[in-house]
Design a protein around this ligand. Sequence first.
Ligand code: TEU
Length: 548
Amino acid sequence: MSFKEKVVYQIYPKSFCDANGDGWGDLKGVISKLDYLAELGIDYIWFNAMFVSPQRDNGYDVADYRRIDPRYGTMEDFTLLCKEAKKRKIDIMLDMVFNHTSTAHEWFQKALQNDPKYKNYYIFRKGRKDGELPTNWQSKFGGPAWEYVPALDEYYLHLFDVTQADLNWENPEVRKELADIVNFWREKGVHGFRFDVVNLISKAGYDDDPHAFDGRQFYTDGPRVHEFIKELNMNSFGQDEDSMTVGEMSSTTLANCVKYSGAKQHELSSVFTFHHLKVDYKDKKKWELMPFDFLELKRLLNRWQKGMQEADAWNALFWCNHDQPRAISRFGNDSTYRVESAKMLATALHCMRGTPYIYQGEEIGMTNAYFTDIAQYRDVESINYFQILKEKGKTEADIYHILQERSRDNARTPMQWSKEKNAGFSEQTPWIPIIDNYQTINVENALKDEDSIFYHYKKLIALRKTYKVIQDGDFVAMLEDEPQIFAYRRVYKDEELLVVNNFYDTNANINLEDIKGYQVLLSNYPNSTIMKHMVLRPYESCVFYRKK
Ligand code: TEU
């Protein structure tokens, strides 16, 4: 099976299913839900980082890449999970967090002891003569990107949390260590890898950001990044014919992604990019709200679809992940049209060219958390920004509103399995509160209702496996200036797909010129038919198919 037929399901292990009753999800919990995932029909599970970690950034601060965090289980549990998944034709994708390690990692601890070998694993710099930080760069989680170590009289770089020290990829020993880690997991039978912020690994130099911005121009898609990824590919996953990799690309460009994932580039199979998830950032700022700019969203989706196709490169397709608010609360409607808009967003995404990702809970239409108290938040970024926004003079009411829209914790609440205690997630109080709509929005209800969002996802996955045009068809944008409809065609030999999606809660009229021979493959309303002059109902979404 080509990787173009595959669909990935993302599990945030801490919030998926808790089998041992400590309020944290675990691997045994995942094993108990594999039949559910097999029913959905997915091919891969991507697990968010679940290695030994102090959990300052929920596992993205790795202290030991070769061990499962004991709170998730043991290596035996992992082996059993792989075996049980394989029985259900599900593969595993692990998250390689290679831009940085936790400061609790033994490499960093040795660096702190002034061991020259390990100091060279990280990026240490002297402060400037005037007692200033080495550069004016900002951490992605707020505050400066440099931390002073008095015993060394030097600063280390951390693009993320102060406990996430950036690795020095210029050092060949570091690159060898990281390839060895990938090979350690390959030997356990893992062939899928997601590489966390992998386009930040090559730093161009250490100067002040002249625009006093965050410094990203010095480390995004840096000068040696393609060389480093090619080398990692050659020394590890590239040796497996059936490897499947995806790089998470922060603030990247099309020109670079064509190289990261081009079919003949020997770098990665695909890329996650985020431009389409910034269309509601006012002035490009994450913590400034505005309604999403629909025409910009379409322009970006169309641009990336076409640009990647022309270069034979490959997108990972996603609306949701553990760092993003829930898509239905953001681009859909999580009250009156929850079901319709969830299905519409799913269809719009899954029929495009690329590998679709489903984030846990998306398939049952889970919503944002709408927490009302900072004590309910767990994410280091949200907690930092609560303070930062306060210092900037925003009112508490405004800050809560912003967090309700933007916090990463919106996606991190426990999976809602049933209407039982703690949503069937755990016997214990979970590590983060459950959303109180779990009584109605849960897996048990979804499985009982043949019109549920869950079965819509199941159909979309099945369609991808049946129709070559969904896997491999060319993408052709349509109605590009239409302010309410996202429409496109896919074309493969004599097969054609036509996909129309209404992104709003009002009717929309569209004119379609050539409708001959199209049949409905899927819709989120009863009685959808293709017409020259069509009225799409609120959030209506239809997939039409014809064979010439
Ligand atoms: O995220 C990278 C990243 O830059 C984000 O999406 C981040 O949440 C955003 O910029 C903050 O505004 C990856 C992981 O997915 C994320 O969970 C980690 O926290 C981060 O890397 C550091 O490892």
